[in-house]
Ligand binder design. Structure first.
Ligand SMILES: *Cc1c(COP(=O)(O)O)cnc(C)c1O
Length: 384
């Protein structure tokens, strides 16, 4: 069989994700100016929508950058050069927290566990007792490199008993799994536009608690474009300090309307069901998951023995237009990753599982066609 590019693209990577048609159309219209009553009112709507999706009453800032820009903004605004940070490291994105801290001369205390495994809260408490001058703890809600959903609620309880601030990378997790920013004591939450928020890449968001603001005000600014005090000042007037990515804000407004119409709890419940169905299919195929506590927003799976992972992913793409993600860092060539966030629905899950079965059979694996689809369908039928 020839592997021509399929006519119908199916993007099931954990970012970027597909964008609803209304959001795409919003971007296709003529550019308008941002210092206008119309845009201010749109920005106020978007900010309110983000607060709802982040489950927070804290200030939410909109940055024109990819998610990593907001991670950097959180680091440089909260921790002074020479200050101390505890990084909870168990994957590619948590590693990025450490690298950003190191780039700004911050002393990093590392709590590292193998990729895909959980942190022990008692160990976090012990490290914070040992390092009482820790300014901030950097964690990850959904570690996209492994599909691990970290227990931020439990981590928040431990950090909340110390003076340290809790900073969470929720870039892919927020909107795809439960995240209660205020109730869990998250002082700075970082989110990106191109994952569960169903918006093209280019915007990032930061929810900042009153305690985090006090810390930001107490240290000399180490950034200009990313000086968060400028964003807070502008926010008071429903404005941004610099020209925002106006078409992306319009797209985001549409995507947030979709999420709010569905409801946050329903959105979370939907990803949970899709994740359970996907895992049932994967298990029926005899494949192994990477994460000890798999997240609701995506699933990371080891390739079966004896399969060329790149050929497997290329075949899914060529034969079905189905784009899944491969592995990163030490997991490169060893795993694949399927998103079930944003626009992904039940039929996407079933067709993905069916495509996996077909390609595994075509690549000589001993798989009985239909077994995994049946297992996934059963979960969907029971959840309905
Ligand atoms: C995608 C992602 C990032 C990086 O975001 P960019 O927009 O690529 O800068 C960081 N952390 C997590 C958990 C992610 O999923």
């Amino acid at each position: 069989m020839t592997l021509e590019p399929a006519a119908k693209p199916r993007l099931l990577t954990p970012g970027p994700t597909e964008v609803p048609e209304a959001s795409l159309l919003a971007m296709a219209r003529q550019v308008t100016h941002h210092r206008t009553p119309e845009f201010r009112s749109l920005l106020a709507e978007v900010t309110a929508g983000l607060k709802q999706v982040f489950a927070t009453n804290n200030d939410v800032l909109i940055l024109t950058s990819s998610g990593t820009g907001a991670m950097e903004a959180a680091v440089v605004n909260l921790v002074p050069r020479g200050g101390k940070a505890l990084v909870l490291e168990s994957g590619k994105f948590a590693e990025r927290w450490r690298k950003i801290c190191e780039a700004f001369g911050i002393q990093v205390v590392r709590y590292e566990v193998p990729w895909g495994e959980a942190f022990e809260t008692a160990r976090i408490a012990a490290l914070l007792a040992e390092h009482p001058d820790t300014v901030a703890v950097f964690g990850t809600l959904l570690e996209t490199s492994t599909g691990m959903g970290h227990d931020i609620e439990a981590i928040g309880r431990v950090v909340g008993q110390t003076p340290a601030l809790l900073v969470v990378d929720g870039i892919s997790g927020v909107g795809a799994m439960e995240c209660r920013t205020d109730a869990w004591g998250i002082d700075a939450l970082v989110v990106g536009s191109q994952k569960a928020l169903m918006t093209p890449p280019g915007l990032a968001f930061l929810a900042v608690s009153p305690a985090a603001w006090r810390q930001i005000e107490s240290i000399p600014p180490q950034a200009f474009y990313f000086n968060l005090l400028a964003y807070r000042r502008a926010l008071q007037n429903s404005d941004t300090p610099y020209t925002p990515a106006i078409p992306l804000v319009k797209a985001l407004a549409e995507s947030l309307r979709t999420i709010r119409a569905t409801g946050l709890e329903t959105t979370w419940a939907r990803s949970k069901t899709l994740a359970r169905a996907t895992r049932a299919g994967i298990e029926a195929l005899g494949l192994r998951l990477v994460a000890a506590r798999p997240a609701d927003g995506m699933t990371a799976v080891y390739f079966p023995e004896g399969i060329d992972g790149k050929a497997f992913l290329d075949r899914l793409l060529g034969r079905f237009g189905l784009k899944l993600a491969g592995g990163q860092g030490p997991l490169t060539g060893r795993i694949f990753r399927i998103a079930h966030m944003g626009l992904v629905d039940e039929l996407d899950v079933l067709s993905t599982i069916a495509a996996l079965e077909l390609v595994l059979v075509e690549m000589g694996q001993n798989v009985k066609l239909g077994t995994a689809v049946t297992a996934a369908s059963q979960v969907l039928a029971e959840a309905h």
